[in-house]
Design a protein around this ligand. Structure first.
Ligand SMILES: [Zn+2]
Length: 54
């Protein structure tokens, strides 16, 4: 499963979540440190350049 990395806008805490795509679409990601929902997603370590259909 891909790892999604986040940076909290409130406290600057960086954290990662491992989620399926379905969870990712439905998830409300909050900072584990200050519980803020103001988190910015970082460049994921999972980079999808595949599945080009021709
Ligand atoms: Zn925070």
């Amino acid at each position: 499963m891909p790892t999604y990395e986040y940076l909290c806008s409130q406290c600057g805490h960086e954290f990662a979540r491992i989620m399926s795509f379905k969870e990712y679409e439905e998830a409300k990601v909050s900072c584990p440190q200050c519980k803020s929902l103001e988190v910015k997603q970082q460049m994921a370590s999972f980079i999808s350049k595949t599945s080009r259909k021709s």
